[in-house]
Design a protein around this ligand. Structure first.
Ligand code: SF4
Length: 472
């Protein structure tokens, strides 16, 4: 079954956490999740704690579909964590929704995870041999199992030992023992930041969620750091030594909201710089620059400004089409693209057009967009992409599809140009992308196949379903 938006990498998950005894923590978490909705639309959940017991509500669908006012009202506590999740199709989807809650020797614990472990299968097998029983197919359950395995240690020591066992990408928020914890893997692949609302601390995948709840940005959680928030305020402990910081480059290219700032880089500004780099690498004599909205917009503006070419709204987005809209037949797929985006004929007619998008994954949507723009009267369509070709799958929490379905893995640039039907095609170079980001502390594995965190043989040999379905 084809799902609308299948031609893009899928968002992973979003997490939020807050410690605020005199506030409605569930409601604030609800608003935080609303701001992170772009990171996952298939399930949402909130767990609250009064320090003794944990209350949980989670369900399939958007935040607005999962929570009614009375449900939010009923979730009491002095601290909360929340999660929005993207997953591929599969069984037991509700069981895989987060936060996960467990009872263990020391009480109750709730955990929400963004990312993907590369050694989850080995850890699951090892835990299974020691009698662990799993109720979900997600690697977050492996993490919570490991933490409880170290129950003789203090919770903080148990978290450090768990981090020593884990390999891969993880940004975690955890409620346990009257405390809220935030943890980021030693490579800092997935984002996590700290905010302050009055004198209450909160944690979020992206700073846009802090803005939404009225918190000010304090700082990013450092790679390998454990943040502890309790009645004494905020404490930090370096759980594992920070290795080379390799934040996901795709967060800046496509996933994150443009108004977010992650690891000192504003997403919108990064995208504008990508457009400027594209202008440097591939200046085209054109009458008009257009974007594939929304993630291509800032790059298109950067390109247009750098070359002094007018920017126009050549493609108009229907904001009321959900990303998970399902179209079962080929004919309906065609309608699906037109439902989401429509060409603005009065802007495009008789123009030589530069069209900027963030990425090409399978190429199917791109070819329809080029055709749409040409049918609207454009004389030429030059297609510029603000990411390098996506030729390798992601094992760190992004669903990029299997390798053989990635068009850049099957065709060279000229082959892709012919496939999408553009007059010319240019991808930003890796060097150009790094210049735009102003750092080389990023993961580029889906572009160059250099995986900064080792992959296990099990991960590579198994069907990607488990990996894709284990996000969060
Ligand atoms: S492989 Fe690509 S999508 Fe995955 S973390 Fe690295 S840059 Fe991000």
């Amino acid at each position: 079954m084809f799902r609308f938006g299948e031609d893009k990498p899928k968002e992973e998950c979003g997490v939020f956490g807050i410690y605020a005894p005199d506030q409605e923590v569930a409601r604030l978490t609800y608003y935080g999740l609303y701001a992170l909705q772009h990171r996952g639309q298939e399930s949402a959940g909130i767990a609250t704690s009064d320090g003794r017991g944990i209350m949980l509500h989670k369900g399939m669908g958007l935040v607005s579909e999962v929570f009614s006012d009375s449900i939010v009202e009923g979730l009491k506590g002095k601290m909360a964590i929340g999660h929005v999740r993207y997953s591929t199709t599969g069984s037991s989807l509700l069981a895989n929704a987060q936060p996960l809650v467990v009872h263990y020797q020391k009480g109750m614990m709730a955990l929400a995870h963004n990312g993907n472990l590369t050694n989850a299968l080995e850890l699951r097998e090892e835990l299974g041999k020691n009698g662990a029983v799993f109720q979900t197919t997600i690697d977050s359950e492996v993490i919570i199992n490991l933490i409880t395995r170290y129950r003789r240690d203090s919770l903080e020591d148990a978290l450090v030992k768990t981090m020593m066992d884990l390999r891969g990408a993880y940004a975690l928020v955890i409620l346990a023992e009257d405390k809220l914890f935030g943890i980021r893997d030693p490579h800092g692949v997935r984002p996590l930041c700290i905010g302050l609302m009055g004198d209450h601390y909160c944690l979020a995948s992206e700073s846009c969620a802090l803005d939404t709840v009225g918190a000010v940005f304090v700082r990013d959680v450092e790679p390998g750091e454990i943040i502890v928030i309790d009645e004494d305020g905020l404490h930090s402990r370096q759980g594992l030594t920070k290795t080379a910081h390799t934040a996901c480059a795709f967060e800046y290219i496509y996933f994150a909201r443009p108004d977010s700032t992650m690891d000192q880089l504003n997403v919108s500004e990064s995208r504008r710089q990508m457009g400027i780099e594209l202008a440097r690498e591939c200046p085209i004599e054109a009458d008009l620059v257009i974007a594939v909205p929304d993630s291509g917009t800032a790059s298109a503006l950067g390109y247009a400004t750098a070359l002094g070419i007018p920017f126009g709204e050549g493609l108009i987005k229907n904001r009321y089409v959900g990303r998970t809209f399902i179209q079962p037949t080929q004919a309906m797929r065609e309608v699906g693209v037109r439902l989401k985006l429509n060409a603005n004929t009065s802007v495009l007619k008789d123009k030589r057009v530069v069209m900027i998008d963030d990425s090409i994954v399978r190429g199917t949507t791109s070819s329809k967009l080029v055709e749409m723009v040409k049918n609207a009267g454009a004389k030429e369509v030059h297609f510029l992409i603000s990411s390098p070709p996506v030729a390798y799958p992601c094992y760190y929490g992004i669903d990029t599809a299997e390798r053989e379905k990635l068009i850049a893995n099957q065709l060279d640039i000229e082959g892709i140009r012919k496939f999408v039907g553009a007059d010319s095609l240019h991808y930003i170079s890796e060097e150009g992308l790094l210049r735009a980001l102003g750092t080389s502390d990023v993961c580029l594995a889906c572009f160059n196949g250099v995986y900064p965190i080792p992959l296990s043989s099990l991960n590579q040999s198994k069907n990607n379903f488990e990996l894709r379905n284990s996000c969060g």
